[in-house]
Write a protein of this length. Structure first.
Ligand code: SAH
Length: 219
């Protein structure tokens, strides 16, 4: 998927460049990921009053007790998700404002994203349309059950943390597929990568991170 950028948000090129430099400094090495971060207008995903912080490497509130993920986290998770091979079909849990969704959409052919809070999903849908990313499929549901009708997925990314990885997500991972998710509790997790090979699941525990919780049910 290609993002349509003509005429929107290209004014802050300098602050975007500063963000890309910062991400390089903190270890993001994938040039394609850096390029997509540079070209994705993060300021369109947050309220105007916070827009001046859009290209700082920080999480920001998006309402409903949720946050837009920190650019480093978005870059890191994307880099991990595509490290082995470019995924065709991807599932995201926790659309939020849709920023990570917009980034991911530029690295796969089909993207399915689940969000449990309806008003956040509605806003994300508008922004994705505005950016020409209407092909992303959004669903209002508890992402703990994945999206069985569309499974299997080559890659699964969860943007919310819990102490265990939902069984349904592991089951919906394609053979050879990769899942990236923050695992842990009380707002302290570790980025965890799971690679599936047949019935075997290989787990790696990486960076310490802080994500909002993976909650049950829908709002
Ligand atoms: N990448 C998003 C992150 C949003 S925060 C962004 O940059 O905006 C994480 C999101 O996960 C929140 O919107 C929260 O509502 C959602 N979430 C938490 N538990 C969920 C669940 N069980 N199913 C679907 N979404 C969930």
């Amino acid at each position: 998927m290609d993002i349509q950028l003509s005429g929107i948000g290209m004014t802050s090129a300098r602050t975007r460049e500063r963000l890309v430099r910062r991400l390089r400094d903190v270890g993001i090495g994938n040039e394609q990921v850096l390029e997509v971060i540079r070209n994705t207008p993060r300021h369109l995903f947050i309220e105007e009053a916070l827009a001046h912080q859009a290209y700082d490497d920080t999480a920001l509130p998006i309402g409903h007790g949720q946050t837009i993920s920190q650019p480093w986290v978005v870059a890191r998770m994307t880099e991990l998700l595509i490290a082995k091979k470019r995924p065709n079909k991807v599932l995201e849990i926790g659309t939020g404002c849709g920023y990570q969704t917009a980034v991911l959409a530029q690295f796969c052919d089909e993207l399915y994203s689940v969000e449990r809070i309806r008003p956040l999903q509605d806003q994300a849908r508008k922004r994705l349309l505005q950016l020409g990313l209407a092909r992303v499929q959004l669903r209002h549901a508890d992402g703990g059950f994945g999206w069985s009708a569309q499974a299997p997925f080559d890659a699964i990314l969860a943007a919310c943390g819990r102490p265990d990885i939902p069984q349904d997500l592991l089951a919906q991972l394609a053979d050879g597929g990769r899942l990236v998710m923050p695992v842990g509790s009380d707002g302290r997790q570790q980025l965890t990568v799971v690679d599936r090979e047949g019935d075997q699941y290989h787990t790696q525990t990486l960076d310490a991170v802080r994500f909002v919780p993976f909650q049950r049910g829908v709002l």
